[in-house]
Design a protein around this ligand. Structure first.
Ligand code: NAD
Length: 360
Protein backbone atom coordinates (compact mmCIF):
# COMPACT_ATOMS: atom_id res chain seq x y z
CA UNK A 1 0.00 0.00 0.00
CA UNK A 2 1.21 3.52 -0.85
CA UNK A 3 1.90 5.20 2.49
CA UNK A 4 2.77 8.60 1.04
CA UNK A 5 0.68 11.61 2.08
CA UNK A 6 -1.58 12.96 -0.66
CA UNK A 7 -1.25 16.70 -1.28
CA UNK A 8 -3.50 19.03 -3.25
CA UNK A 9 -2.75 22.59 -4.28
CA UNK A 10 -5.19 25.52 -4.47
CA UNK A 11 -3.58 28.29 -6.55
CA UNK A 12 -1.13 27.49 -9.38
CA UNK A 13 0.74 30.81 -9.47
CA UNK A 14 4.33 31.77 -8.79
CA UNK A 15 4.87 30.21 -5.39
CA UNK A 16 3.05 27.01 -6.37
CA UNK A 17 6.13 25.95 -8.33
CA UNK A 18 8.21 25.97 -5.12
CA UNK A 19 5.63 23.70 -3.50
CA UNK A 20 5.32 21.37 -6.48
CA UNK A 21 9.13 21.16 -6.77
CA UNK A 22 9.40 20.41 -3.04
CA UNK A 23 6.79 17.65 -3.34
CA UNK A 24 8.86 16.11 -6.14
CA UNK A 25 11.95 16.28 -3.93
CA UNK A 26 9.96 14.57 -1.17
CA UNK A 27 8.43 11.97 -3.50
CA UNK A 28 9.23 9.12 -1.12
CA UNK A 29 6.92 10.68 1.48
CA UNK A 30 4.36 12.70 -0.47
CA UNK A 31 2.54 12.71 -3.78
CA UNK A 32 0.46 15.28 -5.60
CA UNK A 33 -3.19 14.21 -5.99
CA UNK A 34 -4.82 17.20 -7.72
CA UNK A 35 -4.46 20.93 -8.42
CA UNK A 36 -6.93 23.79 -8.61
CA UNK A 37 -6.92 27.34 -9.94
CA UNK A 38 -9.71 29.73 -10.88
CA UNK A 39 -7.70 30.45 -14.01
CA UNK A 40 -8.42 27.50 -16.29
CA UNK A 41 -5.25 27.84 -18.31
CA UNK A 42 -3.02 27.83 -15.22
CA UNK A 43 -4.93 24.88 -13.74
CA UNK A 44 -4.66 22.90 -16.98
CA UNK A 45 -0.99 23.58 -17.68
CA UNK A 46 0.02 22.71 -14.10
CA UNK A 47 -2.07 19.53 -14.19
CA UNK A 48 -0.50 18.55 -17.51
CA UNK A 49 3.02 19.14 -16.23
CA UNK A 50 2.49 17.03 -13.09
CA UNK A 51 0.14 14.42 -14.57
CA UNK A 52 -2.74 14.99 -12.13
CA UNK A 53 -6.39 16.07 -12.49
CA UNK A 54 -7.25 19.76 -12.28
CA UNK A 55 -10.23 21.71 -10.97
CA UNK A 56 -11.48 25.27 -11.12
CA UNK A 57 -13.35 24.95 -7.82
CA UNK A 58 -11.53 23.69 -4.70
CA UNK A 59 -14.76 22.34 -3.17
CA UNK A 60 -15.26 20.10 -6.19
CA UNK A 61 -11.63 18.98 -5.93
CA UNK A 62 -11.96 18.13 -2.23
CA UNK A 63 -15.20 16.19 -2.81
CA UNK A 64 -13.74 14.25 -5.74
CA UNK A 65 -10.55 13.29 -3.86
CA UNK A 66 -11.27 11.95 -0.40
CA UNK A 67 -7.70 10.57 -0.39
CA UNK A 68 -6.28 14.10 0.05
CA UNK A 69 -4.42 14.40 3.38
CA UNK A 70 -3.02 17.94 3.08
CA UNK A 71 -4.25 20.88 1.01
CA UNK A 72 -1.95 23.84 0.30
CA UNK A 73 -3.56 27.27 -0.10
CA UNK A 74 -1.32 29.33 -2.41
CA UNK A 75 -3.60 32.20 -3.41
CA UNK A 76 -3.50 35.99 -2.85
CA UNK A 77 -3.15 36.77 0.87
CA UNK A 78 -6.47 38.63 1.16
CA UNK A 79 -8.31 35.42 0.18
CA UNK A 80 -6.48 33.13 2.64
CA UNK A 81 -9.03 33.50 5.46
CA UNK A 82 -12.29 32.76 3.59
CA UNK A 83 -10.78 29.87 1.66
CA UNK A 84 -9.02 28.26 4.67
CA UNK A 85 -12.17 28.60 6.80
CA UNK A 86 -14.27 27.01 4.07
CA UNK A 87 -11.70 24.26 3.39
CA UNK A 88 -11.55 23.34 7.09
CA UNK A 89 -15.02 21.75 6.72
CA UNK A 90 -13.39 18.94 4.74
CA UNK A 91 -11.33 18.02 7.83
CA UNK A 92 -8.00 17.79 5.98
CA UNK A 93 -4.76 19.38 7.21
CA UNK A 94 -4.08 22.77 5.65
CA UNK A 95 -0.95 24.63 4.62
CA UNK A 96 -1.24 28.34 3.90
CA UNK A 97 1.47 30.60 2.48
CA UNK A 98 2.77 33.57 4.43
CA UNK A 99 1.50 35.97 5.62
CA UNK A 100 -1.35 34.04 7.20
CA UNK A 101 -3.96 36.78 6.52
CA UNK A 102 -4.29 40.55 6.75
CA UNK A 103 -6.26 40.86 10.00
CA UNK A 104 -5.76 39.42 13.47
CA UNK A 105 -9.45 38.49 13.66
CA UNK A 106 -9.17 36.57 10.36
CA UNK A 107 -6.22 34.54 11.70
CA UNK A 108 -8.16 33.79 14.87
CA UNK A 109 -11.15 32.64 12.80
CA UNK A 110 -8.85 30.41 10.68
CA UNK A 111 -7.38 28.80 13.81
CA UNK A 112 -10.82 28.31 15.29
CA UNK A 113 -12.27 26.74 12.13
CA UNK A 114 -9.36 24.28 11.94
CA UNK A 115 -9.71 23.42 15.61
CA UNK A 116 -13.47 22.80 15.28
CA UNK A 117 -12.99 20.52 12.28
CA UNK A 118 -9.98 18.67 13.72
CA UNK A 119 -7.44 19.76 11.12
CA UNK A 120 -4.04 21.32 11.67
CA UNK A 121 -3.00 24.56 10.04
CA UNK A 122 0.60 25.34 9.05
CA UNK A 123 1.98 28.61 7.67
CA UNK A 124 4.95 28.56 5.30
CA UNK A 125 8.03 30.46 6.55
CA UNK A 126 10.69 28.64 4.59
CA UNK A 127 13.59 30.91 5.60
CA UNK A 128 13.60 29.21 9.00
CA UNK A 129 14.86 26.15 7.10
CA UNK A 130 17.84 27.84 5.43
CA UNK A 131 21.01 26.02 6.53
CA UNK A 132 22.73 29.06 8.10
CA UNK A 133 19.52 29.98 9.94
CA UNK A 134 19.18 26.42 11.26
CA UNK A 135 22.83 26.51 12.44
CA UNK A 136 22.24 29.85 14.20
CA UNK A 137 19.08 28.54 15.83
CA UNK A 138 20.96 25.49 17.17
CA UNK A 139 23.63 27.76 18.66
CA UNK A 140 20.90 30.06 20.05
CA UNK A 141 19.03 27.16 21.70
CA UNK A 142 22.24 25.83 23.24
CA UNK A 143 22.85 29.21 24.92
CA UNK A 144 26.01 30.11 22.97
CA UNK A 145 24.95 33.75 22.45
CA UNK A 146 24.46 34.45 26.16
CA UNK A 147 22.24 37.45 26.87
CA UNK A 148 20.46 38.83 23.83
CA UNK A 149 21.67 42.32 22.87
CA UNK A 150 20.22 43.22 19.48
CA UNK A 151 18.94 41.70 16.26
CA UNK A 152 18.60 43.38 12.85
CA UNK A 153 16.79 42.30 9.71
CA UNK A 154 17.21 44.04 6.37
CA UNK A 155 15.28 43.53 3.17
CA UNK A 156 16.75 45.57 0.33
CA UNK A 157 15.00 44.21 -2.72
CA UNK A 158 14.02 45.55 -6.12
CA UNK A 159 10.49 45.53 -7.45
CA UNK A 160 9.56 47.67 -10.44
CA UNK A 161 6.10 48.95 -11.37
CA UNK A 162 5.76 46.06 -13.83
CA UNK A 163 5.74 43.58 -10.92
CA UNK A 164 2.63 45.30 -9.52
CA UNK A 165 0.97 45.54 -12.96
CA UNK A 166 1.14 41.76 -13.52
CA UNK A 167 -1.93 41.08 -11.39
CA UNK A 168 -4.68 42.88 -9.54
CA UNK A 169 -3.63 42.08 -5.99
CA UNK A 170 0.02 42.93 -5.29
CA UNK A 171 0.44 46.32 -3.67
CA UNK A 172 -3.23 46.68 -2.67
CA UNK A 173 -4.45 47.13 0.89
CA UNK A 174 -7.37 44.77 0.29
CA UNK A 175 -5.32 41.75 -0.77
CA UNK A 176 -1.64 42.28 0.02
CA UNK A 177 -0.29 45.27 1.95
CA UNK A 178 3.13 46.71 1.18
CA UNK A 179 6.73 45.57 1.58
CA UNK A 180 6.34 45.09 5.33
CA UNK A 181 3.54 42.53 5.07
CA UNK A 182 4.44 40.97 1.72
CA UNK A 183 8.21 40.64 1.33
CA UNK A 184 9.42 41.36 4.89
CA UNK A 185 6.91 39.11 6.64
CA UNK A 186 9.65 36.44 6.44
CA UNK A 187 12.26 38.61 8.11
CA UNK A 188 9.90 39.81 10.80
CA UNK A 189 9.15 36.15 11.49
CA UNK A 190 12.87 35.45 11.92
CA UNK A 191 13.20 38.38 14.35
CA UNK A 192 10.29 37.09 16.42
CA UNK A 193 11.46 33.47 16.25
CA UNK A 194 14.88 34.34 17.69
CA UNK A 195 14.07 37.28 19.95
CA UNK A 196 10.69 36.25 21.36
CA UNK A 197 7.70 38.40 22.33
CA UNK A 198 7.62 42.07 21.36
CA UNK A 199 7.05 44.76 23.97
CA UNK A 200 6.51 47.61 21.50
CA UNK A 201 7.40 48.87 18.02
CA UNK A 202 8.00 52.34 16.59
CA UNK A 203 7.63 52.40 12.83
CA UNK A 204 7.81 54.81 9.90
CA UNK A 205 6.81 53.94 6.37
CA UNK A 206 6.99 55.70 3.00
CA UNK A 207 6.21 55.20 -0.66
CA UNK A 208 9.31 56.51 -2.39
CA UNK A 209 9.69 55.12 -5.89
CA UNK A 210 6.62 53.08 -6.79
CA UNK A 211 3.16 54.26 -7.69
CA UNK A 212 1.26 52.26 -5.06
CA UNK A 213 -1.40 52.79 -2.40
CA UNK A 214 0.81 50.81 0.03
CA UNK A 215 4.32 51.50 1.36
CA UNK A 216 7.42 50.50 -0.62
CA UNK A 217 9.71 51.21 2.34
CA UNK A 218 9.43 50.79 6.10
CA UNK A 219 11.76 50.99 9.10
CA UNK A 220 11.10 50.20 12.74
CA UNK A 221 12.70 49.99 16.14
CA UNK A 222 11.51 47.08 18.23
CA UNK A 223 11.86 46.54 21.95
CA UNK A 224 11.45 42.91 22.93
CA UNK A 225 10.01 41.81 26.25
CA UNK A 226 13.50 40.51 27.15
CA UNK A 227 14.74 44.14 27.02
CA UNK A 228 16.83 43.46 23.89
CA UNK A 229 16.39 45.68 20.83
CA UNK A 230 15.55 45.00 17.21
CA UNK A 231 16.04 46.97 14.01
CA UNK A 232 13.76 46.27 11.05
CA UNK A 233 14.45 47.72 7.61
CA UNK A 234 12.51 46.80 4.48
CA UNK A 235 12.28 48.22 0.99
CA UNK A 236 11.40 47.09 -2.52
CA UNK A 237 12.83 50.36 -3.81
CA UNK A 238 16.47 49.24 -3.68
CA UNK A 239 18.05 49.93 -7.07
CA UNK A 240 19.37 48.68 -9.40
CA UNK A 241 18.95 45.08 -8.13
CA UNK A 242 18.19 42.93 -5.10
CA UNK A 243 20.93 43.70 -2.61
CA UNK A 244 20.21 41.95 0.64
CA UNK A 245 17.88 39.84 2.77
CA UNK A 246 19.73 39.50 6.06
CA UNK A 247 19.60 38.69 9.75
CA UNK A 248 22.15 39.80 12.39
CA UNK A 249 22.08 38.31 15.89
CA UNK A 250 24.22 39.95 18.57
CA UNK A 251 24.61 38.41 22.00
CA UNK A 252 26.81 38.73 25.06
CA UNK A 253 29.09 35.88 23.96
CA UNK A 254 28.89 35.91 20.19
CA UNK A 255 27.55 37.29 16.93
CA UNK A 256 26.17 35.79 13.75
CA UNK A 257 25.35 37.61 10.52
CA UNK A 258 23.52 35.83 7.71
CA UNK A 259 23.22 37.75 4.44
CA UNK A 260 22.88 37.10 0.73
CA UNK A 261 19.63 38.06 -0.95
CA UNK A 262 17.61 35.37 0.84
CA UNK A 263 19.20 34.95 4.30
CA UNK A 264 21.32 32.25 2.68
CA UNK A 265 24.98 33.22 3.16
CA UNK A 266 26.81 33.00 6.45
CA UNK A 267 28.88 36.19 6.74
CA UNK A 268 29.91 36.20 10.41
CA UNK A 269 30.09 33.33 12.91
CA UNK A 270 32.08 34.45 15.96
CA UNK A 271 31.86 33.30 19.57
CA UNK A 272 34.04 33.89 22.62
CA UNK A 273 34.68 30.18 22.80
CA UNK A 274 35.33 28.42 19.51
CA UNK A 275 33.65 24.99 19.19
CA UNK A 276 35.06 22.12 17.15
CA UNK A 277 32.30 22.37 14.57
CA UNK A 278 32.60 26.16 14.03
CA UNK A 279 35.07 26.06 11.13
CA UNK A 280 32.94 23.48 9.37
CA UNK A 281 29.85 25.67 9.85
CA UNK A 282 31.68 28.70 8.39
CA UNK A 283 32.72 26.66 5.37
CA UNK A 284 29.63 24.58 4.69
CA UNK A 285 26.30 26.13 5.61
CA UNK A 286 25.96 28.92 3.04
CA UNK A 287 23.56 28.08 0.22
CA UNK A 288 23.37 29.13 -3.41
CA UNK A 289 19.87 30.36 -4.30
CA UNK A 290 18.34 31.08 -7.69
CA UNK A 291 15.94 33.75 -6.41
CA UNK A 292 14.72 35.48 -3.24
CA UNK A 293 12.40 32.56 -2.39
CA UNK A 294 15.51 30.54 -1.42
CA UNK A 295 15.61 26.77 -0.97
CA UNK A 296 13.64 26.29 2.25
CA UNK A 297 10.32 24.94 0.96
CA UNK A 298 11.61 21.34 0.93
CA UNK A 299 12.57 21.47 4.62
CA UNK A 300 9.34 23.26 5.52
CA UNK A 301 7.14 20.68 3.76
CA UNK A 302 9.22 17.82 5.22
CA UNK A 303 8.40 19.17 8.68
CA UNK A 304 4.67 19.36 7.80
CA UNK A 305 4.78 15.72 6.68
CA UNK A 306 6.55 14.74 9.90
CA UNK A 307 4.01 16.67 11.99
CA UNK A 308 1.03 15.11 10.20
CA UNK A 309 2.53 11.62 10.49
CA UNK A 310 3.54 11.81 14.15
CA UNK A 311 1.31 14.49 15.70
CA UNK A 312 4.50 16.22 16.92
CA UNK A 313 5.34 19.84 16.10
CA UNK A 314 8.98 20.28 15.04
CA UNK A 315 10.37 23.45 16.64
CA UNK A 316 10.86 25.40 13.38
CA UNK A 317 7.43 24.60 11.99
CA UNK A 318 4.96 27.50 12.08
CA UNK A 319 1.43 26.54 13.02
CA UNK A 320 -1.61 28.83 13.05
CA UNK A 321 -0.86 30.23 16.52
CA UNK A 322 2.75 31.01 15.58
CA UNK A 323 1.64 32.50 12.23
CA UNK A 324 -0.74 34.80 14.10
CA UNK A 325 2.20 36.27 16.07
CA UNK A 326 3.57 37.65 12.80
CA UNK A 327 0.23 39.33 12.00
CA UNK A 328 0.06 40.87 15.48
CA UNK A 329 3.51 42.43 15.04
CA UNK A 330 2.70 43.55 11.49
CA UNK A 331 -0.54 45.14 12.70
CA UNK A 332 1.45 46.99 15.36
CA UNK A 333 3.96 48.19 12.72
CA UNK A 334 1.20 49.53 10.47
CA UNK A 335 -0.60 51.17 13.36
CA UNK A 336 2.61 52.82 14.57
CA UNK A 337 3.40 54.06 11.04
CA UNK A 338 -0.16 55.48 10.77
CA UNK A 339 0.43 57.30 14.08
CA UNK A 340 3.73 58.78 12.89
CA UNK A 341 5.98 56.44 14.82
CA UNK A 342 4.14 56.21 18.14
CA UNK A 343 4.95 53.24 20.32
CA UNK A 344 2.48 50.41 19.70
CA UNK A 345 2.32 47.16 21.64
CA UNK A 346 1.00 44.19 19.68
CA UNK A 347 -2.40 43.68 21.25
CA UNK A 348 -5.94 42.53 20.89
CA UNK A 349 -7.51 45.96 20.51
CA UNK A 350 -6.49 46.26 16.86
CA UNK A 351 -7.72 42.88 15.79
CA UNK A 352 -10.65 44.05 13.68
CA UNK A 353 -8.53 46.30 11.49
CA UNK A 354 -7.06 45.27 8.18
CA UNK A 355 -3.49 46.55 7.76
CA UNK A 356 -4.61 49.11 5.20
CA UNK A 357 -7.40 50.43 7.39
CA UNK A 358 -4.71 51.33 9.92
CA UNK A 359 -2.73 53.20 7.32
CA UNK A 360 -5.60 55.23 5.90
N1 NAD B 1 7.01 31.84 0.78
C1 NAD B 1 7.37 32.68 -0.18
O1 NAD B 1 8.55 33.00 -0.37
C2 NAD B 1 6.33 33.27 -1.09
C3 NAD B 1 6.68 33.76 -2.34
C4 NAD B 1 5.67 34.28 -3.16
C5 NAD B 1 4.37 34.33 -2.72
N2 NAD B 1 4.07 33.88 -1.45
C6 NAD B 1 2.68 33.94 -0.96
O2 NAD B 1 1.92 32.97 -1.69
C7 NAD B 1 0.61 33.46 -1.95
C8 NAD B 1 0.38 33.44 -3.47
O3 NAD B 1 1.34 34.24 -4.10
P1 NAD B 1 1.75 34.02 -5.65
O4 NAD B 1 2.89 34.95 -5.89
O5 NAD B 1 1.91 32.60 -5.98
O6 NAD B 1 0.44 34.60 -6.37
P2 NAD B 1 0.00 34.47 -7.90
O7 NAD B 1 -0.85 35.66 -8.20
O8 NAD B 1 1.18 34.20 -8.76
O9 NAD B 1 -0.89 33.14 -7.90
C9 NAD B 1 -2.08 33.04 -7.16
C10 NAD B 1 -3.00 32.07 -7.91
O10 NAD B 1 -4.16 31.81 -7.09
C11 NAD B 1 -5.28 31.69 -7.98
N3 NAD B 1 -6.49 31.84 -7.16
C12 NAD B 1 -6.99 32.95 -6.57
N4 NAD B 1 -8.11 32.66 -5.87
C13 NAD B 1 -8.32 31.34 -6.03
C14 NAD B 1 -9.31 30.45 -5.55
N5 NAD B 1 -10.31 30.86 -4.77
N6 NAD B 1 -9.25 29.16 -5.93
C15 NAD B 1 -8.24 28.71 -6.73
N7 NAD B 1 -7.26 29.52 -7.20
C16 NAD B 1 -7.31 30.82 -6.86
C17 NAD B 1 -5.04 32.77 -9.03
O11 NAD B 1 -5.79 32.52 -10.19
C18 NAD B 1 -3.54 32.64 -9.24
O12 NAD B 1 -3.21 31.75 -10.28
C19 NAD B 1 0.54 34.85 -1.31
O13 NAD B 1 0.00 34.75 -0.03
C20 NAD B 1 2.01 35.26 -1.21
O14 NAD B 1 2.25 36.17 -0.14
C21 NAD B 1 5.01 33.34 -0.65
Amino acid sequence: MDKRLNFAVVGCGRVAYKHLGALEALSGKARLAAVCDLDEQKARSTALKYGVPCYLDYREMMSAHPEIDVVSVLIPTGYHAPVVIDLARFGKHIIVEKPMALRICDCEAMNQACMIHGCRLYVIYQNRYNQPVQAARKAWDSGRFGRQVMATVRVRWTRHQQYYRQDNWHGTWALDGGVMSQQASHHLDLLQWFMGPVDFVQCQSATRLLDLEVEDTGVALIRFKSGALGVFEATVAARPENLEGSLSLLGEKGSVVIGGIAVNELLTWKFDHENVEDEQIRTNVSQIVSNVYGNGHVGNLADVIHAVRTGEKPSALVDGEEGLKNIRILTALYESAARNGDRVTPGMEMKLCRLGELAN
